[in-house]
Write a protein of this length. Structure first.
Length: 207
């Protein structure tokens, strides 16, 4: 069964924790992670782009000149794509970019992402983070002490206004909860900082 050290806010080891083999020693399924990441990015797209085709552009009902005798090409209206103020060829229309992923594949991808980060030594378990005030300076000191790296994901067991406000002005820090973490955030972070209580909840949810 895999083990991981538990440190305090000063970066000192205060204990260790046993992790579930089902979550942190699972086979890494790259195609499942790729599908889930593609789904997350696609679902963020608004899909509100829109342009008018020649049938939607106002005007252009009258034939611009007679069919024969002018020496010019044959045209009906002046709202065809080759004319100024004309419609757009294959104009983009509002659409839904949602990519649906089965629940089993999402769970498989989550376990694969957690196992991958654990194998790389990118998961840091902290016993607790208690700040005297919601100051960015205090949060930055904690991140430096625990060697959070240039881009970190902080997983909290529940909402802590002091910690969240203290980390808001740190661009490289992103916070999440046990029920809001996703594969994309896990894979894009250099280090994953998990509070001990949050780690216990993760093992209960995904085991």
């Amino acid at each position: 069964m895999p083990n991981i050290d538990v440190i305090d806010m000063q970066g000192k080891k205060v204990g260790s924790m046993e992790l579930s083999e089902e979550i942190f020693a699972a086979p890494v399924n790259v195609p499942a992670m790729h599908l889930v990441v593609r789904s997350i990015l696609a679902n963020k797209r608004q899909g509100t782009q829109s342009a008018l085709t020649r049938g939607m552009v106002r005007g252009g009902g009258r034939k611009i000149y007679r069919q024969k005798g002018t020496g010019n090409a044959r045209h009906h209206g002046n709202r065809a794509p080759q004319f100024r103020h004309g419609g757009v060829v294959f104009a983009p229309q509002p659409r839904d970019y949602v990519v649906k992923v089965p629940k089993k594949v999402r769970r498989l991808a989550m376990k694969s992402a957690l196992t991958s980060k654990f194998n790389e030594g990118k998961i840091i378990v902290v016993d607790e983070i208690k700040l005297a005030d919601a100051k960015t300076k205090l949060m930055a000191q904690v991140l430096k002490a625990i060697d959070a790296g240039p881009k970190a994901l902080l997983v909290l067991p529940e909402r802590d206004e002091t910690v969240i406000r203290a980390g808001k002005n740190i661009p490289a820090l992103k916070d999440a909860y046990v029920n809001t973490i996703n594969v994309y955030d896990l894979l894009s972070a250099d280090k994953i900082i998990v509070l001990k209580a949050a780690m216990e909840s993760i093992q209960e949810v995904y085991a």
